[in-house]
Design a protein around this ligand. Structure first.
Ligand SMILES: NC(=O)c1ccc[n+]([C@@H]2O[C@H](COP(=O)([O-])OP(=O)(O)OC[C@H]3O[C@@H](n4cnc5c(N)ncnc54)[C@H](OP(=O)(O)O)[C@@H]3O)[C@@H](O)[C@H]2O)c1
Length: 221
């Protein structure tokens, strides 16, 4: 997993009781922290849905993105039963405009996004010579460009604030390829290359009056 982080200068805005209609500003037990605003793509199933539920247990405000309205609504109910807040948004990660619109809706509902998790994926299992150009293109658009578009939407909002974390859910296949998954392996490798480039860009020193973002990385397979 790759993570791009910004220095948390004012990570936890102080909540105020008069703002209690906004779930982001509801106070927790020690009356000092606002809730995290988290976005998860591919939140209607598998790893994304399990992650969303865990954030729900922390009382987070979770923006859920996937294509299936029915499964998104089920994920939303799970989060709310666990004590969190959520917004279910139907969007295709391969469509940059849909992801930008979803980010806007989430910030309108919950406030500034703290954590953006790119997780949605598509794959095709077949020998390369049987994969059609359309299948290869779609896998690349969802699994690779979906992460790029998610990162664009997140960074557009986080960079001016100098605050936020972007998580790229990775895979062992981002580092070691296997047969029958050429499109998926290519996309997962591409995410690593893209993220390394972006991280080094964000580490570029800036003028002293404008504290620069800090980049960190963690990997697991
Ligand atoms: N499961 C594993 O063993 C494993 C191992 C290594 C890495 N990973 C990584 O973990 C992540 C999640 O994998 P998973 O196994 O949990 O996948 P999964 O169970 O197949 O779930 C994929 C999720 O992505 C959504 N999705 C698919 N296409 C989409 C699109 N075009 N736009 C928006 N959402 C879309 C799906 O929902 P809709 O169909 O409703 O859109 C679903 O919520 C992936 O990045 C994968 O590479 C998984």
């Amino acid at each position: 997993m790759n993570r791009i982080g910004f220095s948390p200068r004012s990570r936890w805005p102080v909540a105020h009781p008069r703002n209690s209609r906004n779930p982001r500003l509801k106070m927790d037990g020690n009356m000092s922290k606002a809730k995290e605003v988290v976005v998860i793509t591919g939140a209607s199933a598998g790893v994304g849905r399990a992650t969303a539920r865990l954030f729900g247990e922390r009382g987070a405000c979770v923006g859920l993105i996937a294509r299936s309205r029915r499964r998104l609504e089920a994920a939303k109910r799970e989060i709310e039963a666990a004590g969190g807040h959520s917004l279910a948004l139907v969007a295709d990660v391969a469509n940059a405009q849909e992801i930008e619109t979803a980010a806007e809706q989430i910030e309108n509902e919950f406030g500034p996004i703290d954590i953006w998790i790119n997780n949605a994926m598509a794959t095709v299992f077949a020998p390369f010579h049987e994969v059609t150009p359309e299948e290869f293109r779609r896998t690349t658009e969802v699994t690779y460009l979906g992460y790029v578009y998610g990162t664009m939407a997140a960074l557009k909002r986080m960079k001016p604030r100098d605050r936020g974390v972007i998580v790229q859910v990775g895979s062992a296949l981002a580092y070691r390829s296997i047969p029958l998954q050429s499109a998926y392996c290519g996309a997962k490798h591409a995410i690593v290359g893209f993220t390394d480039s972006l991280r080094s860009e964000l580490m570029r020193p800036t003028a002293p009056s404008t504290p620069g973002p800090m980049a960190t990385v963690s990997s697991f397979r």
